[in-house]
Design a protein around this ligand. Structure first.
Ligand code: FES
Length: 311
């Protein structure tokens, strides 16, 4: 883990998202797909915590050696500020942080499944897998055309590229859950990697378990520190005995996890069934995607009592 002052090489807009490329050779040479960086906010702002961003690309060779890219969607004061950053400004960056995706040793046909801006880290993974001679197929989803991050990258990297949007403005209209079984069967996928909202990750985990395909998921939990000190980022992981779970820090034990070890129903309890006419308990102004986080701190650290029973 390094802390550096990184010069911004470029800041670009892709639909609803922005990507920033920084000069960071110390981090770029060691970062793996699935890992993240923590970016400091300016000292004169009211938001004092760093914000975590998954690395979407690292260039270690050629004319732009030593750069890395991360992407985000402006949805709060911190990302609004970051969106205003321009080339030649400097960012205070710590990384690489966390544990990334593990490449399969013997399996060769990899299905990568991603939503919205989280797709970026899967493009990074796809580059690495292809470099190891693996076959890469992808399913990519966005709410609308603008929410699909760099689809041209996916087309370049994937042998089969399935593009879906919630409103049908690009690709097919539908959901990842609908497309996953057919694509996995057609491609003969023998390992699945996923990044996106909790609900999508859980659906991928369920499918993978049903068809006995190993899968790894990159979670997007709120993070205060990013290196194991504050416990704002814990998620429940089933113990090897299968009967209990431990809350583990996604910043240090993850953010990539074996999906079969996540205690999904503890972490993300299914909503109780309610009468069809009953109003949503979150009200009409509730955000449409509660899973998407902006790296906002989760408030004060939670209890450090880190045990429980699996439901
Ligand atoms: S973000 Fe502080 S412990 Fe994980």
């Amino acid at each position: 883990m390094k802390r550096i002052s990184a010069e911004v090489l470029s800041s670009r807009t892709f639909g609803d998202h922005q990507s920033i490329t920084i000069v960071a050779p110390e981090i770029a040479e060691r970062v793996r797909p699935g890992q993240f960086v923590q970016v400091a906010m300016p000292p004169d702002r009211e938001f004092i915590l760093r914000r975590p961003f998954a690395v979407a690309k690292a260039s270690r060779e050629g004319g732009w050696a030593g750069t890395l890219e991360f992407a985000f969607r402006s949805q709060g004061a911190a990302t609004d500020w970051l969106g205003s950053v321009r080339a030649h400004q400097f960012l205070d960056v710590i990384g690489p942080l966390g544990k990334g995706f593990a490449a399969p040793k013997s399996r060769t046909t990899c299905l990568l499944v991603g939503e919205s801006v989280a797709i970026g880290q899967l493009y990074f993974l796809a580059e690495e897998l292809r470099g190891q001679g693996k076959r890469v197929d992808m399913i990519v989803w966005g709410r609308s055309q603008g929410d699909v991050y760099k689809p041209i990258e996916g087309k370049r990297l994937a042998q089969t590229f399935a593009l879906l949007t919630g409103d049908g403005s690009m690709g097919l209209r539908g959901s990842i859950e609908q497309a996953l079984p057919g694509i996995a069967e057609r491609c003969g996928s023998d390992v699945i990697y996923a990044a996106g909202s909790r609900s999508m990750l859980r659906a991928v985990a369920r499918f993978a378990q049903e068809v006995h395909i190993p899968s790894q998921v990159a979670v997007q939990e709120s993070m205060g520190c990013g290196w194991g000190q504050c416990f704002t980022c814990v998620i429940p992981m089933v113990r090897r005995d299968g009967a209990h779970y431990d809350n583990v820090r996604s910043c240090t034990e993850g953010p990539v996890f074996n999906s079969s070890r996540v205690a999904w129903d503890v972490w993300f309890p299914p909503e109780p069934a309610r009468p069809i006419d009953a109003p949503s308990p979150q009200g009409a102004d509730a955000p449409t995607d509660p899973d998407t986080v902006d790296g906002q701190a989760a408030g004060s650290p939670g209890s450090t009592s880190m045990e429980g029973d699996v439901r």
